[in-house]
Ligand binder design. Structure first.
Ligand code: AMP
Ligand code: ZN
Length: 664
């Protein structure tokens, strides 16, 4: 046997033992013998670097250091999940989706593993890269660290697609977590708080050999790629298992929401018996064609929903209710609590949401309240211990006037929250809007922080974000603690913000409900602020992923003189209010003026590729058929209701081939 064969045999043998132990939980070699063989392989590799393989089992022990984690773009966006908390929520979800797809719907029920999500890309059967979720569009390249996790295959088994992404959750099972903590305590160090934070913190450690020491595990739940040999979610779990991934066998197909509830109830009761942390169940439409048909909202797939197990609760004294005014004028009541330990942290504040919430539970100062911590950052109050109420307590009278500017509050029909209508003069609103404008994900103005914004407003130097562009060094130098260097930096930061692309400017100007994702969508679709400003509510609703709430908010924004004035000023300073030439140049206008609706399954291109092709060629994608639709691109199994509607209105129904011809 030559050296190359020896190396290959050892690699194969070790990979198999590793798989048996970490994925199947079934050891086929003693630790000692495994170590000997690993050392043997390492020696051979060291003396024969020509046979290096980035996926060799010897790399599992780590050693490589990552100084900076590069940001990479996900091929497919990593969405979030919508949440549900009750049987009714699940039934409502079923009602919603039944309107959008035809036929019976079956569901896959899986546990919701509580750790850090990861996206793994495999090419030709080898792990190519591992990327954190990040903002859903881009994440950090943590491949080196991920390779040390033994249950993640570096080389796949069986017959697998050429290239695909697989998503899962990096978790730290209780057993390993407790062992780690015991060791830390015996070494006089502070124990880690909980497995989840420890798992997610591990991904960004610089020294991969430190990661290798942590008993991390990776549980996989989602395969995504082009033209995959898979028809259902359940099948994809089975395939993933075949290819060598660790996929818990707890998942089940349910044929109705009541079967889903059975699964949920069972695991709510038995989750303590599981070796790792879970915080709920994820329910997914099983059929992938139906999934495609349902698509996504701006944040999450319509075809999946998380059911959150009841969170941990604690009770404590409500000391005081204070009222915060947000940048949109929304009033949020907040409870100041006697500090109490809850789910590993000390809780001092809890959100009370709105007036209705306070009334519903009849929440009063001095009450003993129940506090719950779900997925949210701020815990919430979920009830009052009425038996312990003091005799002379009186119901909470909700404020009628803004705590900051004393304007009478308003509450619009259908809105849960009260608003301070004094948009232009109410200090927290003025400051909040500017703070939002300069924030990292918006205009990212270097050299200007939240505190300085307050200072500038309080000193009468600015009243809105357009005023920033008129500031001079000599204006701001007299401010408290403002050094010349900081003043120059601030002005330079404001100047640099003129290069921020339109989609982020659109997010920055703070139209209610226009978050980062929606801003991206709208800027792609309308290409300029003028285009957006002249869109009607109905036109907006027809845009893919835009709903009526957002549409109304956009129209309201542009109907105000003050807002148009500020936008015009931004324009005059040179802020980007349209898509740049560069973004436009890799586009054609072959489909200009045409709106498309996509329905069904396609053979040559995926639905996503179709969307991209339409947008790249100047066309628009809409989610529902209306008189404004020009073409419906129909694939196999197009929804019959959609077809009837298109035929009734007389819209051209074309095939993917017809479409590809249009742009060729
Ligand atoms: P959230 O972060 O609350 O929006 O929930 C979405 C996250 O749940 C995803 O990003 C995944 O990391 C995680 N997750 C855990 N288990 C599953 C599962 N079985 N299917 C889908 N997502 C899951
Ligand atoms: Zn006010």
């Amino acid at each position: 046997m030559n050296i190359k064969e020896q190396i290959n045999n050892l690699r194969e043998e070790l990979i198999q033992h590793n798989y048996n132990y970490y994925v199947l939980d079934n050891a086929t070699i003693s630790d000692y013998d495994f170590d000997i063989k690993l050392k043997q392989l390492k020696r051979l590799e060291d003396t024969h670097p020509e046979f290096y393989d980035a996926n060799s089992p010897t790399l599992r022990v780590g050693g490589a250091i990552t100084k900076n984690f590069n940001s990479l773009t996900h091929d497919y966006r990593m969405y979030s999940l919508s949440n549900s908390y009750s049987k009714e929520d699940l039934e409502d979800w079923e009602t919603r989706i039944k309107k959008l797809v035809d036929g019976e719907i079956a569901y896959t029920c899986e546990l919701k593993y509580d750790g850090a999500s990861i996206s793994l890309t495999y090419e030709n059967g080898k792990l190519l890269r591992a990327v954190t979720r990040g903002d859903g569009y881009h994440g950090d390249d943590v491949t080196t660290n991920i390779k040390t996790i033994n249950s993640i295959p570096l080389v796949l088994k069986g017959t697998y697609p050429n290239r695909f992404d697989i998503r899962g959750e990096i978790v730290l099972p209780f057993k390993g977590f407790n062992k780690m903590n015991k060791e830390r305590i015996s070494e006089g160090e502070k124990p880690y708080r909980n497995p989840r934070n420890t798992a997610s913190g591990s991904l960004k450690l610089q020294d991969s050999s430190e990661v290798a020491k942590r008993p991390l595990d990776c549980l996989l739940y989602h395969i995504i790629g082009e033209r995959l040999p898979i028809n259902t979610q359940f099948e994809s779990l089975e395939k993933a298992r075949e290819w060598g991934f660790k996929v818990p066998s707890i998942a089940k197909v349910a044929n109705s929401i009541s079967e889903v509830i059975e699964f949920v109830d069972y695991w709510d009761e038995h989750r303590n018996e599981l070796p790792y942390e879970t915080d709920g169940v994820v329910i997914k439409v099983n059929n992938l064609f139906q999934q495609e048909e349902l698509g996504y909202t701006a944040k999450a797939p319509r075809w999946a929903i998380a059911y959150k197990f009841k969170a941990e609760k604690a009770s404590t004294v409500l000391k005081e209710i204070i009222y915060q005014v947000g940048r949109t004028g929304a009033i949020t009541p907040v409870a100041n609590l006697k500090p109490v330990a809850l789910a590993g942290t000390i809780v001092k504040r809890a959100s009370l949401h709105n007036a209705d919430q306070i009334e519903k539970f009849d929440i009063r100062v001095d009450d003993i309240v129940f506090v719950e911590k779900g997925g949210e950052i701020i815990p919430k109050i979920v009830g009052v211990d009425l038996e312990k109420r003091t005799k002379n307590s009186s119901p909470t009278a909700y404020i009628t006037h803004c705590p900051k500017c004393n304007t009478k509050l308003q509450r619009q029909e259908g809105d849960a929250k009260h608003f301070c209508p004094n948009t232009d003069r109410c200090p927290p609103q003025i400051i909040g809007r500017i703070q939002h404008y300069i924030s990292r994900k918006a205009m990212d103005i270097d050299g200007l922080g939240s505190e300085t914004v307050s200072l500038l407003v309080e000193n009468g130097l600015i009243q809105n974000y357009a005023d920033l562009y008129e500031l001079t060094v000599s204006d701001i130098l007299p401010l408290d603690r403002m050094a010349e260097k900081s003043a120059i930096n601030l002005i330079a930061g404001v100047e640099a913000s003129k290069n921020i692309p339109f989609e982020r400017v659109l997010f920055a100007i703070g139209i209610r409900y226009v978050g980062e994702t929606v801003a991206k969508k709208l800027s792609k679709h309308y290409k300029s602020i003028n285009g957006l400003a002249s869109a009607s509510e109905q036109e907006l609703i027809n845009v893919d992923e835009i709903g009526d709430v957002i549409a109304k908010s956009v129209v309201d924004f542009f109907s105000l003189f003050e807002n148009n004035d500020i936008i015009n000023r931004l324009k005059s300073y040179g802020v980007q209010l349209e898509i740049s030439e560069k973004e436009l140049s890799n586009q054609t206008n072959k489909l200009e003026g045409n709106t498309f609706v996509i329905s069904g399954i396609f053979i040559k291109v995926s639905r996503n590729e179709l969307k991209q092709l339409i947008e790249q060629n100047g066309g628009k994608v809409s989610s529902s058929i209306s008189k404004k639709t020009n073409f419906v691109i129909a694939g196999d199994k197009m929804g019959p209701s959609k077809r009837t509607k298109a035929e009734d209105i007389g819209i051209a129904i074309i095939t993917e081939d017809d479409f590809l011809l249009m742009i060729s």
